[in-house]
Design a protein around this ligand. Structure first.
Ligand code: NAP
Length: 518
């Protein structure tokens, strides 16, 4: 059996103690084991600060961007083998595996492209400079400088490739070394990617470290210049946010947590229209892709009362057509859940939702004799205001149809009952209705996706996180923000106001001009 190793302080090392066993979620057969007692996490933190950070910051933005491009290429070269591994270790279909892996290489490549235009200076200028005194002689600029610490990235199990790559891309381009800690159930995929990163020799020593297994005492070693970027459930997020050492040193923490994402069908959408077809296709994709284990997947589907019957009939027919079976088979459309714990939680979640609604397809029974498969499950709410629909994240192929009046104000009220989300999708060709809903839900969301017949066939689906747009959300979604092109670098940089003689401050720290170097 494969024993997962960590790459820390310049060497591959195996932990001691009782190992956690990683299984194939389609067969429950053991694949690998991971033990992490006895690993010196404090030494890894020091190594990043003392070895990786200085080497990374000695490179220009353009050189770091070139390294990201090379990493993207190195991982892509192993695409086929990584797809196979993802099918085995995550219960992913081929399509799901590509979604994660191409998302990883695509995000690294996107940041390579954002970074190559940033020039040779070791900092970035933020916005325009301003006169501060009676005359322009006393001048102010804002700069972003890399933090001389380590970025600890704690990732969820559901995106072992993309989750690690999107955090790495921003951090490394900003000039901060990383310690990557994947979610353990699917850590075999992240481990293989870590091996590729190390073998590629693209990054300076100490810029990339990898911790397989428990975070252990890692957070106890962090200080004021370090960053923690966490993705996972809200209970773990609360533990990290309240971690005594992180609080004491005001360690910068970014949280990406749960979200009860919604899709709102506008009352103007005709069930014969292409826009309605797109709404159905996107809801179905969200519910089935990665077996619904996607932080941006729709959980609440708001449908005008007079359209509920059609929507439920159409979605049920589509969902029941999706083939389930061995995730590696080319025609399998719905993979399995990733662990026995996930299966237990999803079943319990379906039962809770069903207390306030009718199960229109699927249900809490698992699929087959072995493995963690569950059928796509659609629930029609009896009362759209019942708390469960707005409070319980069922992290599987499960969503609920919530009937509403069709009024924009009612849509806003129900969507915002989710307490803060990553994304909400709105489908309508009525510009006034769409604007009212968008402005009403925007403060509660990191992203609002608007589907209309004007962008039909051109838009990416709402569940897809793009490097160009911010990802994160307020309230329940964690209050964090990642990506958003160069916005994603600011988590890893200190914004500092520089005030002084214009001749120095503007010239040395202001936005570069043709004569900046004179
Ligand atoms: P989780 O149980 O919260 O675990 C997330 C990560 O935290 C894992 O690496 C886990 O390690 C680690 N961890 C657990 N306890 C910890 C502690 N006390 N200190 C430090 N690290 C700790 O979440 P999950 O089950 O992996 O992921 C599912 C959840 O993630 C869902 O709720 C989903 O909505 C959310 N998610 C959110 C986003 C987003 O971008 N907002 C993206 C993906 C997933 P071990 O695996 O070793 O326990």
């Amino acid at each position: 059996m494969i024993k997962l190793e960590s790459y820390l302080s310049g060497t591959w090392q195996t932990g001691q103690g009782d190992p956690q066993v990683l299984v194939d979620p389609a067969t429950e057969m053991p694949l690998a084991e991971c033990a992490s007692d006895g690993i010196d996490r404090g030494a890894a933190v020091a190594y990043a600060r003392e070895v990786g950070g200085p080497a990374l910051r000695a490179m220009t933005f353009a050189e770091r961007a070139a390294a990201l491009k090379a990493l993207s290429g190195a991982i892509h070269e192993h695409r086929e083998a990584l797809i196979e591994l993802s099918i085995q270790n995550a219960g992913s279909t081929r399509g799901d595996a590509k979604f994660d892996l191409d998302g990883a290489t695509g995000t690294l490549a996107a940041y390579a492209s954002f970074g190559k235009r940033l020039g040779d200076r070791p900092f970035l200028t933020d916005g325009e400079g301003q006169q501060l005194g009676r005359t322009p002689r006393f001048w102010g600029e804002h700069v972003l400088v890399p933090r001389p610490g380590v970025a600890v990235h704690i990732n969820a199990f559901n995106f072992p490739g993309w989750g690690m790559a999107e955090k790495m891309a921003c951090s490394l381009l900003a000039g901060m070394p990383v310690i990557e800690k994947p979610g353990t159930p699917t850590a075999l995929i992240a481990y293989r990617i870590a091996q590729i990163v190390v073998e590629s020799g693209v990054l300076p020593e100490g810029a990339f470290q990898f911790l397989a297994g428990s975070a252990g005492d890692l957070l106890d070693h962090l200080g004021p210049m370090d960053v923690v970027a966490f993705t996972g459930g809200s209970k773990t997020a609360a533990l990290i946010r309240g971690h005594e050492n992180l609080v004491r040193h005001n360690v910068r923490v970014n949280i990406e947590a749960d979200s009860l994402n919604s899709s709102v069908l506008g009352p103007d959408v005709d069930t014969d229209s292409e826009l309605y077809g797109e709404f159905l296709a996107n809801v179905m994709l969200d519910m089935t892709q990665k077996a619904g284990q996607k932080c941006t997947a729709v959980r609440r589907i708001l449908v005008p009362k007079d359209m509920v019957e059609s929507v439920v009939a159409d979605l049920t027919a589509d969902l029941e057509r999706q083939k389930q079976g061995s995730p590696g088979d080319k025609d399998t459309r719905v993979g399995t859940l990733t662990s026995s714990g996930q299966l237990r939680d999803v079943r319990a979640g379906i039962e809770s939702l069903a207390e306030n609604g009718h199960v229109r397809c699927g249900g809490a029974d698992s699929v087959g004799d072995a493995g963690y498969g569950i059928r796509p499950t659609l629930i029609e709410a009896i009362d759209a205001d019942a708390d469960t629909f707005h409070e319980l994240e069922v992290f599987g192929p499960v969503a609920s149809v919530l009937p509403y009046t069709g009024e924009a104000s009612e849509a806003v009220r129900l969507v915002n009952r989710g307490g803060g989300g990553l994304v909400a999708a709105v489908y309508s060709d009525d510009a006034d209705w769409t604007t009212e809903v968008t402005l009403g839900i925007a403060p509660w969301h990191g992203r609002v996706w608007i589907g209309s017949s004007r962008v039909k066939g051109q838009s990416t689906p709402p569940g897809l996180v793009l490097p160009q747009s911010v990802h994160g959300g307020p309230g329940r979604a964690g209050g964090g923000e990642e990506l958003g092109a160069l916005r994603g670098l600011s988590l890893y940089m200190q914004r500092t106001a520089v005030q002084g003689f214009q001749g120095l401050v503007q010239k040395r720290f202001g936005a570069p001009t043709a004569d900046s170097e004179d």
